[in-house]
Design a protein around this ligand. Structure first.
Ligand code: SAM
Length: 183
């Protein structure tokens, strides 16, 4: 094989991997669809009461919500987990350009495999299937009084607030009452 063949194989492989991570995200939880910018104000309000601590965005996409929260809650530490390489790269780039890389940490990881024990608040915009899968993880790992905000999709079986304005996308706000189920 010539040198050119190898270059095609290596770059083709890298490109395939990048696109694979993007498609895989859609299969295991949700594809990259950003939260509507016009709803940022309502999301900030939904986190009311948060002073400091760790906020986790499960599937942070390009990091738009993370950056808004970082600006609004300057004492909070924001961590976003993202599995899609293109989304992760964009979030890193924008956080860096806007000088927020230290306050907004983006981790290239599958959120189903990370511990949520240190979270004081969690944000998600995923799918009903993902919320169903995350519910037992939340009950196992989140500490009582953690704020959970889910954009568009509720967590069935949990009591919370449904925040709607006119015909806008509903935002579900929960405050953890459960004791951790130790495992
Ligand atoms: C609907 S988008 C929401 C993006 C962002 N949170 C927002 O609201 O603008 C869902 C994101 O979750 C990511 N994702 C899906 N499954 C994931 C997983 N298991 N671990 C990490 N990220 C995941 C997708 O790549 C996608 O960027």
């Amino acid at each position: 094989m010539s040198g050119l063949d190898w270059i095609f194989i290596v770059f083709g492989g890298i490109l395939f991997f990048i696109l694979f991570t993007h498609g895989y995200a859609g299969i295991i939880a949700a594809s990259w669809v950003p939260t509507w910018g016009k709803d940022y104000g309502r999301i900030i309000k939904a986190f009311e009461g948060l002073q400091e601590g760790t906020v986790i965005d499960l599937g942070c996409g390009g990091g738009g919500v993370m950056r808004v929260l970082a600006r609004e809650y300057p004492k909070a530490r924001i961590i976003g987990y993202e599995i899609s390489v293109p989304a992760w790269l964009i979030a890193q780039l924008l956080n860096g350009l806007l000088g927020l890389r230290r306050r907004c940490e983006v981790r290239w990881q599958n959120f189903y495999n990370v511990s949520l024990r240190d979270a004081d608040a969690v944000y998600c915009f995923l799918t009903p299937m993902a919320m169903k899968k995350l519910k037992p993880k939340f009950e196992r790992e989140l500490k009582p009084s953690t704020i959970v905000i889910s954009y568009a999709f509720q967590i069935h079986g949990w009591e919370g607030e449904r925040l709607v304005q006119d015909s806008s996308v509903p935002i579900f706000r929960y405050i953890l009452k459960y004791q951790r189920i130790s495992k």
